[in-house]
Design a protein around this ligand. Structure first.
Ligand SMILES: NC(=O)c1ccc[n+]([C@@H]2O[C@H](COP(=O)([O-])OP(=O)(O)OC[C@H]3O[C@@H](n4cnc5c(N)ncnc54)[C@H](O)[C@@H]3O)[C@@H](O)[C@H]2O)c1
Length: 181
């Protein structure tokens, strides 16, 4: 539940206009997103609440953006919702503060991706036996979220690995076509 009235108001009116249809020109969609980012009303969605995702959320909440965190692990989501950390260098007090200020919520419900204006994918890309990146979580995420994306959303893939390969590109294209097309 949102507890900060200022944040609640911000959330209610937040983001670029989600009623914008797929017929709006890409330049209009980009301008609306830019405006929402400048005004701190853009809602940030972070997928994968681990060593990269959680600190990123901390940064965005600190910069006064409303943030929705997504993970497939319901235990992690429950911890965060209850204001508890499971990452050593992030204190539970910080998570509790983010929850109390009303700008952070965690969920396993990926249909809520429609609420996000910018989506950062922070799922694992471990190296395989031959040091090739294992892209199964990224590809799985692409498949899982494709149906919930809408025109005008910014989607960013966070990875230190070289993920520019054809299999991933094909999967991303199939999943994100609606968003980027
Ligand atoms: N850890 C680092 O120091 C570091 C630094 C820079 C970049 N990266 C990159 O960031 C990415 C994330 O790494 P990390 O260390 O945060 O991983 P992590 O294992 O700490 O966290 C990943 C999270 O994603 C969740 N997850 C897994 N599959 C998912 C799915 N299909 N949908 C939603 N959530 C899913 C897991 O439950 C977990 O909470 C990787 O691509 C990695 O290359 C990591």
């Amino acid at each position: 539940m949102l507890t900060d009235p200022e944040a609640s108001n911000q959330t209610a009116a937040s983001g670029s206009d989600r009623s914008v249809g797929s017929t709006a020109p890409a330049t209009d969609l980009a301008a609306r997103l830019r405006q929402a980012i400048d005004g701190r009303t853009a809602r940030v969605g972070v997928i994968g609440l681990g060593y990269v995702g959680l600190p990123l959320i901390e940064l965005f909440v600190g910069a006064r953006f409303p943030v929705l965190g997504f993970d497939i692990d319901p235990v992690k989501v429950d911890h965060l919702q209850a204001g508890r950390s499971y990452i050593g260098h992030i204190e539970s007090r910080r998570i509790a503060e983010m929850r109390e200020c009303g700008r952070f919520e965690a969920t396993v419900d990926f249909s809520r991706l429609v609420e996000a204006d910018a989506i950062l994918i922070c799922v694992p890309t471990p190296l395989g036996a031959h040091r090739e990146p294992d892209l199964s979580a990224v590809i799985g995420t692409g498949r899982a979220i494709g149906r919930y994306l809408r025109p005008g959303q910014l989607v960013v893939l966070e990875s230190t690995k070289n993920v520019r390969n054809q299999r991933l590109a094909a999967s991303m294209k199939a999943s994100f076509l609606y968003s980027i097309g």
